[in-house]
Design a protein around this ligand. Sequence first.
Ligand code: ATP
Length: 352
Amino acid sequence: MTPSSAYLTLQGIGKQFGGFTALEDIDLSIQRGEFVCFLGPSGCGKTTLLRIVAGLEPHSRGTLVQDGRDISRLPPAQRDYGIVFQSYALFPNLSVADNVAYGLVNRRQPRERIDARVAELLALVGLPGSGSKYPAQMSGGQQQRVALARALATSPGLLLLDEPLSALDAIVRVRLREELRALQRRLGVTTIMVTHDQEEALSVADRIVVMNQGRIEQVGTPMQIYREPASAFVADFVGKVNRLPAIAEGERWFRSGDFRWQCPPGQGADFRSGASVWLYLRPEDRVLDGLVADHPEACEGRVRQVEFLGGNCLAEVDLPGLPTPLQLQFSLNQMDEYQVREGGTLRFALRS
Ligand code: ATP
């Protein structure tokens, strides 16, 4: 991938607030049509980075190139983007249609063209015929659809979304993120969304930029970020993970308390025997069935607690010699099959 094929390139972006470094050495290329999420904990700098892309915040160092043009010094109004904020930020005294039309009116387009475009946009976001309503008459989810229609009105090259779903309740949030993803695919608009919600990022993004303390920890597809985290921070932040102190025993074997585990070929080969390491194991990385009871590495633990998560359950299992319980995920069928019960015992081995 050559740098020139990117739609948006951030080169060495840095940001100081007085003596505080909010962003340091951010290098990132985003392809045309990509859906990219900036993901990280509160204060990691993701909103500041989005605001720098929008020109709402000046950066202290580096260069921004959009569609082959250096936009580093361009004021926001001259940049080609639409933006949606967390708080819907609609004009309360304007009708829905006038809110959506706002950017078009500013561009002095003829009224009939504007009306037709507004109707098209409202249909696009699932609110046909709502133009005469006012924001206060709409739910949070509906207001955010209007904000999205407004951001898309001028057919911007770049759609910027700053935690657009985080003020909505769980059901609306999930439905809207699915719709947002489908809409983005349909329009092919290059999109950056800021979120602190890892599940949201995993479900919508083509690529995720994981940020921590003003730096990029990892850039990758959701699958890469989840399956091949580049650092302990990424493994901890994205998805649930068991973190176990362990000793390397050679040939990819590790011991943690009574528990022994061999990691897959190609991983963990660099550790000399006796080295202290941290094992990171996902709750779903396990084998458990009748055969496994005879497995030479099977271990037995006591089920401390079971958390019901809807489609599956998370069991916390105390194992001899381990400082914290191991979290293991089971489908509801497996819960019945293996009789996973609070206070019960469980014999299992983990998959390599
Ligand atoms: P959140 O999810 O809480 O919004 P964030 O990852 O988006 O967090 P930013 O809002 O980008 O984080 O802030 C990054 C850091 O920069 C924080 O430590 C914040 O306190 C600091 N910061 C942001 N804006 C300013 C400002 N105007 N003046 C001084 N410090 C600021």
